[in-house]
Design a protein around this ligand. Structure first.
Ligand code: PLP
Length: 382
């Protein structure tokens, strides 16, 4: 049996997306910037896709800028906002994805802006009172806080964060890579200046995504200079197959959102129940119940002999899961034989003697697969 429970890393392509992309790959080889008929056909595909994408968020198509994915979109939002609007203070958290964390770290190292880390609790939630204090005491701020954490699944309220940002006139960027296509995000009712998308997280292709820019930040300068593509905001010939695939994958994701949400949430709840019933001493990293992404579950496993965790023991679990045909993500990495806990688990003070594993679900998983995974873990660990 092969079980893929690593859907927060990437997802399989939807058949309808493959068909859509195949037809574009085979027929549309014109450069979208060319004025002849093949160029115009390619341009039409891009603009139709942009329109279809914008509709899901209640925004104007001109506010969508295609990028190579989430990493580039996060880099662009942060670096371009700082460059364009003379931001002096960036407020973020230690739980962000590396594409945000390292971009902001570089701004700090190069002494371009001050950086402030908002406090988080042991469940990984943002302390909004501390955020307000930071906003009150610093001027010209960019707030960068992710919507859902990719490792532990914690959700941050876009609405509450937006309210604070508005009150203190701060620009608000949210890394929404894990929630676009999984949650309804209505940018008419919740104002966020920048949101970010990566198609491969919701059964679309890799290497394509977008950055949404609200009208108030639309003046941002490019991150990548080149031709006049993307209204002079992102140079380079557009990834037309990727864009068509992204639009199709998003259309399917939002078409079936409620059904999939309920189904996947059911899988997560089932796994929690079975883990608690069959595996002693397990804990959950982050908030697995309330403000938590329905497709992400991060579990800490106790070692059989209660001994401390070493890199060999950690490797042994991941290796055995791998040879059992189970694909998951570990919450730590090995470096020169020693175990390095991930920055997220460290920030929430997760128990370093537990083996942390992230299970992330999709609509293609089943309860039978979960039973198989639990049985294997029981055999490996206990
Ligand atoms: N942000 C988050 C929260 C992610 O989970 C990921 C991907 O793992 C990214 C950003 C980067 O996206 P991409 O793979 O499209 O560069």
């Amino acid at each position: 049996m092969k079980v893929y429970l690593d859907n927060a890393s990437s997802t399989c392509l939807e058949n309808e997306v493959v068909d859509e992309m195949n037809s574009v790959i085979q027929k549309q080889y014109g450069n979208p910037s060319s004025i002849h008929f093949l160029g115009r056909e390619a341009r039409t595909i891009i603009e139709k896709s942009r329109k279809s994408i914008a509709k899901h968020f209640g925004v104007s198509p001109s506010e969508i800028i295609f990028t190579s994915g989430g990493t580039e979109a996060n880099n662009m939002a942060i670096l371009s906002a700082v460059k364009t609007f003379g931001i002096n203070n960036v407020i973020t958290s230690e739980l962000e994805h590396h594409s945000v964390l390292n971009t902001i770290q570089k701004l700090k190292e190069d002494k371009i802006t001050n950086v402030h880390y908002v406090q988080t609790d042991n469940l990984g939630h943002i302390n909004l009172t501390h955020l307000e204090e930071l906003l009150k005491t610093n001027e010209s701020c960019l707030v960068s806080l992710m919507h859902a954490n990719n490792e532990i699944g914690n959700l941050t309220s876009l609405k509450k964060t937006d309210d604070l940002c508005k009150q203190y006139n701060a620009i608000f960027h949210s890394d929404t890579v894990q929630t676009v296509g999984k949650y309804n995000i209505n940018l008419q009712t919740t104002h966020v200046d920048f949101i970010v998308c990566s198609a491969h997280k919701f059964h679309g292709p890799k290497g394509i995504g977008f950055l949404y820019c609200s009208p108030r930040v639309m003046a941002i300068k490019p991150l990548i200079y080149g031709g006049s593509q993307e209204r002079n905001k992102r140079g380079g010939t557009e990834n037309i197959y990727g864009i068509a695939g992204l639009a199709k994958a998003l259309e399917i994701a939002y078409r079936d959102l409620e059904k999939n949400h309920l189904y996947i949430m059911g899988l997560k709840k089932y796994m929690i129940k079975q883990l608690l019933a069959f595996l002693p001493g397990i804990t959950f990293n982050g908030d697995h119940e309330n403000k938590s992404h329905y497709a992400i579950l991060n579990v800490g496993f106790l070692l059989k002999d209660n001994s401390s965790l070493t890199s060999d023991k950690f490797d042994m679990l991941l290796f055995n899961l791998d040879i059992s045909g189970i694909a998951v993500s570990g919450g730590s990495a090995c470096s020169s034989g020693s175990l390095i806990i991930s920055h997220v688990l460290k920030a929430i003070h997760a128990d370093e003697n537990k083996i942390s594993v992230r299970f992330s679900f999709s609509k293609y998983n089943t309860t039978q697969e979960i039973d198989y995974v639990i049985e294997k873990i029981k055999n490996i660990l206990y």
